[in-house]
Every structure is written in structure tokens, then in C-alpha cells.
Design a binder for this molecule. Structure first.
Ligand code: SF4
Length: 462
């Protein structure tokens, strides 16, 4: 019998890439590849790249320098290592990657990973292979399903891609160019995937997509279904206790999706809803297609639908043309809403996007100073939210053993890590926990007597 070949996949960026990396491993498993966490042990190294952060391509080239040295060391021992670059940087850079990093054997975009076995064969035959097409066939139809053992090894919380690509064309974002236009998977296929996950012990599923609430996949009746309808279908699957979805666009928060937050008990009371700026002038320059008032209106409806809903968001500081007045509008929006956390970044130009061509770029020093002010406010809001959890009881899904003996770590409904002294038999289970201590952004608690389903809700406003 042949020795298994070892695969090392390094994921950069978002949950979508983590999901894609896992599906790549699933696709290669029937070819005899097993995953390793040690890159110097691997026969195939895949860098699954992300184009969102600043200098993304440069970071990939410097990582490739390290991987090239591993390849050279293996070659000195008579062992062949194949290097592949996948994901959004691969899509954007294409052949340029092989020109600048000749040790790379294969470059492929996010829409091609279901063809990995064929692409590897092509790279072996021709020396190099590049595939950055947007093929018409549905890659999800060609992906091998992970085994029950693999699902169990990955834990009780899983991501499932339901939608890819984006048609919004925000002027700072590369996603519409690297991932293409919006495509939604059919309901039936998503339900089948979640059922397989549930059978293998998964208890929490996060439906993911670049613009997930624009979901419009074909339903069982042959007609397009909304994300709310999809959530209802998935919610009916036995064994799944918790549902989440990310990342959403404010404009696609339809009334039926807002109502799902009221009606679906399994849908967790936490929503990531990027706003990016509090200034209408900047929102227009970003081509966000919503105003500050639109965002506030959606938040009001969501909070009316579910009083314990906690909101997180994304902010870009120093978008071209942002004045002190525009930035003050962002700070004001943050105070008005009260978030339980947020990601915030300085604007940095992405080649090929309209924002990169704008003439009124903001000075780096000004961006840094504004970002520090925004992050200080968000940190205060996060602390305030966490402090309000003290003494409350809520359901925790236990995911893994803690650092200390007898301790388990789980997630609250609001995604906070919670450490609890609890028997190992609770791993993979949902149990009621009373929060007894807050340290930094970690919560500590004890098992509660309250029936898990009847816990007090947490007011979400700041
Ligand atoms: S909605 Fe999101 S993914 Fe789409 S272009 Fe805007 S920022 Fe990018």
C-alpha cells in the first residue's frame, strides 16, 4: 500500500477561507493526502490567501520565501514538495506569482479548488499550472464530502458556505473582482451538508458568504429562497442547536430575515452587520448603497424583533475624502448604537478598486489617530457589554478542554469564550452557565441550575 502523502494548508483571512481550506483537504483525501500541522513534513503545501488586508500580496511573497526554503531542504533529501497558492491573491495575481516565485508549482483561484487533483496532475505533467477561471460548473457538486471522523476532529461548530461572490462593488473592496458575482447554493444541497454535519456531532452551524443575506438559492419548490427561508429549513435539522450567519450587508436585511431573529429559537442573538462609516457623504463615496438612517432603521427593527440581540460591525477609518466631521459622525453612530465589539481598520488602497484612484487620500498619521480614538470607544463598549454579562446565566456550547485540568471552554450565545469547571462529558453539549468573573474579554462561569432554555435575556444597548 502507498504511503499517505502529507498536506499542509495555511489559511489567511476570513472564515470563508478556513471553510475552503477544509474542502480542499476533503477533495484531496480520496487521493491519499492526510493533513499535517507541520509544513516541513508536507509533500504538498497550499497557501490559501486573502486579499482583504493591507499589502496582502507582499505578505504572500514573503511567506513563499519561507516555503521555498522548505522545498529546497526536502529536495536535498531527495523528496519532492509541491507548492500551491490558492484564494483571492492567487485570483488577482495569477501567473505573476510564478514569475516572482518560481518555486511555486500551482496557482488557482477560489472557484477552481474542486479541480485540485486534475490541477496537481497538470502541474506535474507540465511543470507549472495556473487556473484562475470562473468555471460555469458548480464546484460544490464536485467536492468530496468529509468523513464523519474528519468532521468530528474539526469540532462541534462548523461553517457552511451558502453563497459566494458579491454584486455590491463597494469602492474599497476587491471581493467582486476576486470572487466574482453572487452565486447561491441550492437549499437542498445545503440542508444535506448540514444533516451530514449534525450526524457527525456538529451542534452549531454558521452559514457563510461574502454577502450572505443576499442569498437567493433554489428552494425545494424550484423557486429562489431567501436567507430567512434557508435558516428555517436548517433550523429544522435535528441535532443542530445553534445557527449563525455572516457576513451581511445592511441593505439586504429584509423584513423576513429580521423576523427570523424573532421566530427562530436556534438563531443566536448576535449579528455582525458592517456599517463602515457613520457619514452619509463617505457611505456614498464608498458606494455602500445605504445611508446612516437606513442602518439605524435596520438596527431598530432588529432590536424590536429580538431584545437580547448584540451587534458587532466593521469600520474603515480614513477613506479618501474623510473629514474630521465625517469621522465625528462615525463616532456618534457608534455611541448611538452600542456595539458588543467591532473590527476597525485604516483604509488602504487595493489596486484595481475605484477607491485606489481617488485623489483625496487621507494622511497616514490622521488615519492612525482616528483609528485609535474609534478603537478606544469600541473597547469601552465591549467591556461594558461583557460587564453586563456578570451574574447572568446563558447557554454555553462546550467546544474543547480548557488550559487547566477539569476545565472546559465554550462559547456564549454572543460568541464570547467562556471557561467553566465542568465534566468532560459536557464536551459538545450545550449547558446553562452563570457568569461569575470577567477578565479581559474572557468570561468565567459555573454550571447553572436554570433550565438552559429559560434564561434571562441580556439588554443589548450600550
Ligand atoms: S458588500 Fe462586502 S463583499 Fe461586497 S463589495 Fe461591499 S465590502 Fe465587498
Amino acid at each position: 500500500m502507498n504511503e499517505p502523502r502529507k498536506l499542509f494548508v495555511k489559511s489567511f483571512g476570513c472564515q470563508m477561507n478556513v471553510y475552503d481550506s477544509r474542502r480542499m483537504a476533503d477533495t484531496l483525501a480520496p487521493q491519499g493526502y492526510v493533513e499535517t500541522s507541520a509544513p516541513d513534513d508536507a509533500d504538498l503545501v497550499i497557501l490559501n490567501t486573502c486579499h482583504i488586508r493591507e499589502k496582502a500580496a507582499e505578505k504572500v511573497y514573503s511567506e513563499l520565501g519561507r516555503v521555498r526554503r522548505l522545498k529546497e531542504a526536502a529536495a536535498a533529501e531527495g523528496r519532492r514538495v509541491v507548492i500551491a497558492v490558492a484564494g483571492c491573491v492567487a485570483q488577482a495575481e495569477g501567473k505573476e506569482i510564478i514569475r516572482r516565485a518560481p518555486a511555486v508549482d500551482l496557482v488557482f483561484g477560489p472557484q477552481s479548488y474542486h479541480r485540485l487533483p486534475q490541477l496537481l496532475a497538470r502541474a506535474e505533467r507540465d511543470g507549472k499550472a495556473v487556473d484562475t477561471e470562473f468555471p460555469l460548473d458548480d464546484k460544490f457538486d464536485h467536492l468530496a464530502a468529509p468523513s464523519g471522523a474528519t468532521i468530528r476532529m474539526r469540532g462541534v461548530s462548523a461553517f457552511v458556505t451558502v453563497q459566494e461572490g458579491c454584486d455590491k462593488f463597494c469602492t474599497f473592496c476587491v471581493v467582486p473582482y476576486t470572487r466574482g458575482s453572487e452565486v447561491s447554493r441550492p437549499v437542498q444541497k445545503i440542508v444535506a451538508e448540514v444533516e451530514r454535519l449534525a450526524d457527525a456531532g456538529v451542534r452549531e452551524v454558521t452559514l457563510i458568504g461574502q454577502n450572505v443575506n443576499a442569498y437567493h438559492g433554489e428552494g425545494l419548490n424550484g423557486r429562489p429562497q431567501s436567507l430567512a427561508q434557508l435558516l428555517e429549513e436548517v433550523s429544522a435539522i435535528d441535532g443542530i442547536d445553534r445557527l449563525r450567519y455572516t457576513t451581511s450587508h445592511p441593505r439586504d436585511m429584509s423584513d423576513d430575515l429580521i423576523a427570523a431573529h424573532r421566530d427562530l429559537r436556534k438563531l443566536m442573538p448576535q449579528l455582525h452587520l458592517p456599517v463602515q462609516s457613520g457619514s452619509d457623504r463617505i457611505l456614498a463615496a464608498m458606494n455602500r448603497r445605504h445611508t446612516r438612517a437606513d442602518y439605524l432603521d435596520v438596527v431598530e427593527k432588529l432590536r424590536a424583533a429580538r431584545t437580547d440581540l448584540a451587534l458587532t460591525s466593521d469600520f474603515i477609518v480614513g477613506f479618501p475624502g474623510e473629514s474630521e466631521e465625517d469621522f465625528a459622525a462615525t463616532l456618534d453612530l457608534v455611541s448611538e448604537i452600542g456595539f458588543s465589539g467591532a473590527f476597525s481598520f485604516k483604509y488602504s488602497a487595493r489596486p484595481g478598486t475605484p477607491g485606489a484612484e481617488m485623489s483625496d487620500q487621507v494622511d497616514e498619521d490622521v488615519k492612525s489617530e482616528r483609528l485609535a480614538r474609534l478603537q478606544a470607544e469600541i473597547d469601552l463598549q465591549q467591556q461594558s457589554f461583557n460587564n453586563r454579562c456578570l451574574g447572568r446565566s446563558f447557554e454555553v456550547l462546550f467546544e474543547k478542554p480548557g488550559r487547566h485540568a477539569g476545565q472546559l471552554v465554550g462559547r456564549s450565545p454572543y460568541l464570547q469564550p467562556v471557561q467553566v469547571t465542568a465534566p468532560a462529558s459536557l464536551l459538545g453539549e450545550v449547558a446553562a452557565v452563570t457568569i461569575t468573573e470577567i477578565a479581559s474579554n474572557s468570561l468565567f462561569g459555573t454550571l447553572a441550575q436554570t433550565p438552559a432554555r429559560e434564561l434571562a435575556v441580556l439588554g443589548a444597548g450600550a
